[in-house]
Structures are given as C-alpha cells and as structure tokens.
Design a protein around this ligand. Structure first.
Ligand SMILES: *Cc1c(COP(=O)(O)O)cnc(C)c1O
Length: 388
C-alpha cells in the first residue's frame, strides 16, 4: 500500500511497497531466499522466474525507494557502484559526460579507469558555477552527472538549473542523492531524469549492508535499467533488501536527529579556537546556504572542518576520539570521523588535492544520532590531546 502520493513521506517510508504477506499475514516483507520459482507450464509463472531477474523482497524495496523519491520506477543493486555502472551502460563509445569535479571517489574511478577505455569522455567541472557546466557541454554530451551536497566539502549544486542546461543539450541529468536522501531532497521534482543511491549510507542507516538504487519517472529508461540490471547482474540478495527496507522505515526520524546534531555541532565547531573553517550547508557562512535552503528541506548529517594543524596532528585528532569511530563511509546511526587527505581522498595526488581545497587539516564527520553533548565533549578532548 501507500505508494500513493496521497500519503506523506513518513507514512510511505514505513508502508510503501509493502503489504502483509497474503499467505501468513506476516507484517514484514519475508526474506525470499531462493534462486528459482515454480512454473505451472513452460513460461507460465507467477511473476518470478529467477532471482537475478526478479525477487519479491527486492520488488518491495524497489517500490519503497521509488515512492520515497517520488518516482514511478525503482531498481535495486548490490551496491551504489552497481547502480552507477548501470547508468553508464546507457552510453555508447564516443559519448561525453559532464560531471561535478568533486564526485564520490568511486564514481571518479569508474568514469576514468573503467569507462574511458571504452572511449567514453568525461569532463569534471565546478558545478557550483553554472557557466562552467554550460561551457563544458558538447554536441556529444549525453549525460550530466550531479552530486549535491558534495563530498567532503559539502558544496551545493543547483539541480533545477543544471537539469535545464542538460535538457537544452538533449542530455540526461543524473543526481546522486546519497548524501541528502529523498527525505531532504527530491531531484526528480527539480527536473532530474534519474536518481542514484548508495543504499549503504543513510537509507540502510545502520552500517550493516551494502546496496544501491536507481529511480526514474521515465518508463523507457527504467526498461533499459532493468535490461542492464539483469544482464550485468549486480543485483542485491534478499537479505540485503530486507535490511534496507528495515532501514528506510526510520529514515525520517533518523534524518531529523542527524540534522539537529549536525547543525549544533557545526555551530560549536565554528566557535572553537582550534578550528579555522567549517563546511556545512546549514551555516549562514556557507557560500551556497540560500540555494541549499531552497532545494533541500534540511541540511543533512555530514560536517567537514579544517583544523589549524599539521597532517600528523590532524591524524591524531581523528585517532583520539572515543565516541566518533575512525572509519570511512557515512550515514549510520553512529558517528564516524576521518581524515580525507590520508583516507577517503588519499588516491588524489597531493597537489591536486590541495588545489581542490582538501587540505591536510581537513576532517570529515558523519554526525550520528547520539547525544550531541557527548559528541562535542568527545571532539573537545580529542583536540586537547592532539594539538599543542
Ligand atoms: C558510497 C557512495 C557511493 C558508492 O556506493 P557503494 O554502496 O559504496 O557502492 C556513491 N556515491 C556516493 C555519494 C557515496 O557516498
């Protein structure tokens, strides 16, 4: 039930795509752990033949995520990268893609290290500057790839204007909505053609599952996604689908607390003498604060900040926290902390990294839903132990 637009987000997050099991009345979607399905006669089946092609647990998840994004069609994948790969499967050699210069590292890697060898061309531009995006468009541009807010500097890209630029050039506009989640930002409503997700992050929400999704309103596009989903085979197992479905039920309440804690921590950091700069779109000091306020319902749980400190001292800060766990990834209920220069963004050569603003003293925090006073106290003690 409740795929329906008439139900509000919080109701759809719990119910969309899911009905009590017809046979048993079980409230929760069963984990359909099987590979194949009985046919009554050759080709006469009850909707499922083989679990790579379709699985009932996956069907519920796909309907749920589609509903949350306000889209008609959803497809689930074994990882965010599996979903992203499927979008690239739409392209032909010789096609050109314009992408944000600070896309997720794995996205940059699949673009340049996997698909350039098939003669796809990629340009990375500062998408906070619409003129740069416009200038990068070519005759053969088929796809414009937006990520917003970006990682780890939380830059904000104008989705509606960027989608217009894409459409003026007959290109598709894809938005990676992993950081914001549909609770805070719905790219399809703003004109995007498709949305990609790493379900691993806030959608799953408990750091216990890896998954991805694509959502679109375009039936033909969805059919092509389905073809590649089945042909390439990066499909999630039913256990993974179950875990994400369990996660999306609490997405709104988790996101509310992530946002509450993040703004409070960002303001506290901004006032802290050891911190030289805070990156959080909810702060008035953020250069794109007004744009973020207009295209997002709140500002998310990711906060980055720069210490007045060396690479080593900053490494000590992230090693000396007790509540924040030193780890890559994000979006779980627990707070994580990391140093982009030596961890998530270490693959970028030092000079390029500096030029992109990813300085040695930069720290990225995935602010969890613990008590925010404990989070502040934890950072304060880590600063004190590590800096002198
Ligand atoms: C993690 C992430 C991905 C990749 O997703 P996986 O589930 O790790 O494959 C893509 N985009 C963004 C923004 C991410 O944070």
């Amino acid at each position: 039930m409740a795929d329906d637009e008439e139900f509000r987000f919080e109701t759809r997050s719990i119910h969309a795509g899911q009905d009590p099991d017809e046979e048993t009345g079980a409230l929760m979607t069963p984990i359909h752990a099987n590979s194949t399905y009985e046919q009554d006669a050759p080709g006469e089946h009850r909707g499922y033949e083989y679990s790579r092609t379709g699985n009932p647990t996956r069907t519920d998840l796909e309907a749920n995520v589609a509903s949350l994004e306000g889209g008609e069609y959803g497809r689930a994948f074994s990882s965010g990268m599996g979903a992203i790969n499927t979008v690239l499967n739409l392209l032909e050699s010789g096609d050109h893609v314009v992408a944000s210069e600070d896309v997720y590292g794995g996205t940059h890697r699949i673009f340049t290290q996997v698909y350039e060898q098939y003669d796809l061309q990629f340009d990375f531009v500062d998408m906070t500057d619409l003129d740069e995006t416009e200038a990068a468009m070519r005759e053969n541009t088929e796809l414009v790839w937006v990520e917003t807010p970006t990682n780890p500097l939380l830059n904000v890209v104008d989705i509606a204007s960027t989608a217009e630029i894409a459409h003026d050039n007959d290109a598709l506009c894809a938005v990676d909505n992993t950081f914001a989640t549909p609770y805070l930002q719905r790219p399809l409503d703003l004109g995007a053609d498709l949305v990609t997700h790493s379900l691993t992050k806030y959608m799953g929400g408990h750091s216990d599952v890896v998954g991805g999704a694509l959502v679109t309103d375009d039936e033909e596009l969805d059919e092509r996604f389905g073809f590649y989903q089945n042909s390439v085979g990066a499909t999630p197992g039913p256990h993974e689908c179950f875990l994400v479905l369990r996660g999306t039920k609490t997405l709104p309440v988790r996101m509310d607390r992530h946002c509450e804690n993040a703004i409070e921590l960002a303001e506290w950091l901004e006032d802290h003498e050891d911190v030289s700069r805070v990156y959080y779109p909810g702060l008035d000091s953020h250069p794109d604060h007004d744009l973020a306020a207009s295209q997002m319902d709140d500002f998310g749980g990711m906060v980055s900040f720069e210490m007045d400190a060396s690479l080593e001292e900053t490494a000590d800060v992230v090693s000396n926290t007790e509540v924040f766990t030193l780890a890559e990834s994000l979006g779980g209920v627990e707070s994580l902390i990391e140093q982009p220069a030596t961890m998530t963004h270490a693959a970028i050569p030092a000079e390029e990294r500096e030029a992109a603003g990813l300085r040695d003293g930069l720290i990225r925090a995935s602010v969890g839903i613990e008590n925010v006073e404990d989070l502040k106290a934890d950072l304060a003690q880590a600063f004190e132990q590590s800096l002198n």
